[in-house]
Design a binder for this molecule. Sequence first.
Ligand code: ADP
Ligand code: MG
Length: 722
Amino acid sequence: MSAYSASDRDDGLHAESELKKFYRAAEQSPSQLVITDPNGIIEYANPRFCEVTGFSRDEIVGQTPRLFKSGRMSSDFYRTLWKTLLSGIEWQGEFLNRRRDGSLYWERASIAPIKDSDGTITHFVKVAEDVTERKRAEESQRRSLKLSEAITAANLRFIETGSLTHMASVLLDSCMTITNSPFGMLYELLPSGNADVLALCLASFDPISEEPVFRDIQYDIRRHGHYEANHHPSIFFAPVSEGTTVVMNSPGDNRWKGCDCPLCTPALTTFVGIPLKVGTNVIGMLGLANRDGGYPDDDIREMEKYGQTCALAIASAKAELDRKQAREQLRQAQKMEAIGQLAGGIAHDFNNLLTVINGYSTLLLQKITNNDQMRKEVEQILNAGERASTLIRQLLAFGRRQMLEPRLLNINTLIAGLHKILCRLIGENVTLSTKLAVDVGMVKADPSQIEQIIMNLVINARDALERGGTITVETVNRYLDEDFVRKNGGSVAGDYVLITVRDTGMGMSEEIIGRIFEPFFTTKEQGYGTGLGLATVYGIVKQSNGYIQVQSVVGMGTEFRVYLPRVAETMNQNTGGDILPLKAERGATTGLILIVEDERAVLDLSAITLRTHGYDVLTAPGPQEALKLFERFSEKIDLLLTDVMMPGMSGPDMVQIMLAKRPDLKVVFMSGYTDERLSVSDCSEERLTFIMKPFNPASLVNLISDNIRRPDGQASPETPHE
Ligand code: ADP
Ligand code: MG
């Protein structure tokens, strides 16, 4: 029983008005208010809370806060929350919740237990604020910080490795992580409109990473630093062809058609592609794909900003690479030029010495009877001398001082002719595959020299394939454009036939690549390599006005590319003529020969050789002396045998003077080398006969006898190679 006094009633009225006041405060509070019973069943939610969540009060009351769960908070999070509250302590923290329409929002909440006078928890009250905007701003700041860290990391990577691919992969990986994308690609746009993929990444947890086709792309990127994909109307090219960001937030949005290339293989669910631009110039694309739920506008704006910085970073890295490459090539070219001159000079002097050594040895042999004890010893001298001649010939080739006999050639025919020899050279566990373009153009070059190039490259490839593998020889027409020339110092724009020799062998390190064309540089064991193979190749290519490139990755193989200038098909196919076989029978060996040679020993040897074979010989140690003799005997001289390079006056200049007086004079040049300065431009080509030093006496006699019998001054060309 209880009796109410007036003051009780007053208290009651006061309490009621207080209650109303609190109720109105709760109803109109700018903060969200929720009250639950001890089991978490919602008893009250204020209008602000309803407004934020989008639920009506009726939909909320009687439910638990599970109704708003986003699924993004861990179960640990909720466990700690309840543990705190049930132990009677207030909890403060931030939630990611879900609205009625499914969208997510952040709230910052304080939840407190309400206790009765016994301390028993009767309710919980939550006061919360929507902090989505603040969170978004923080998140965006965090992200842009991460993205600028990524750019710094990519730049550092480039400085460390000098590799555009490594740089691109840092740029791509970081932004895939930041945007939570399982698939991404970064490519550079080529002038042709094709894409050079620099980085392609599939997060390892994604099943499409098992796609074998991606291995081709990854392999190319690792081996060549890029994978070239032809332009086609797939979504991957859309950002560069449209010049703007392309977004696909569900597979149905894709109006671009793929093809069956590796790029188009992954099934795309969502995609954002950003053109990489420097100014208005599109230089490539950064593409991200397959993020759950697609790419919201905010993220895209950030990616666009990132794309701009990426484009600048890539463009400046490329400029740096171009500069470095140009410097390096200039250095290489200067080095090769210097070594070439040195080697050529030495070879020239050696040539003269070898002509003497081999010549006198031959003469000696002719005088020694078969059973003479000394014969073996002289044969040894001649043997060694001839081996030295072979070496010297290679050095001359490197020094670009060989006599070339350029002819119009079809490289495919030449390679087909070599096929058998090459197969025999490479042995059984190596496969030789040839891919010869049917329309390959003609080149003007010395066939035996081009054969030499191919053989040397194939032999090296075989040596690199210790455990077997494949050597591929390819031919194709190539136009070298200004862009190529800019990037490859020493090359000249124009039409070329490209011969590629590729192996799957052990490859080479950068240090080795920098030295391979030096004469005598070898990594092979003593007795296995001379180090002259590539030096010879280099010299021949240069002398043929070609260009050579090498690309190699340790453990993955090597590719040599030889570009030879292509000539118009309409050129007279007979230019240069075929090499005539030496005639077997010789005519009478009589006649007067004037020999001009500044190298005393060579002069004497030639004179002795020719006299031994029945000729009359006049000798002159230089052009001045020769012209004096010519004055006196001009009518009687049948043939002039002369050196090309002599002090005071060149052989060709001297010949010019003599020909003015005796247009029918027969002339044979002997030379250890030739280069531009020695081209005998003033003498019409058919008058020229050369003999290459060092020569053996027999070939000199053969050549002289052939020429002296010629009725008309027409040359009977002697191959300079033997
Ligand atoms: P040699 O073959 O006598 O060593 P070369 O001038 O032909 O001389 O080659 C020089 C060096 O270049 C070789 O010793 C080798 O180290 C390297 N090389 C050339 N071609 C290849 C190749 N296809 N693969 C790997 N290394 C190669
Ligand atoms: Mg070799």
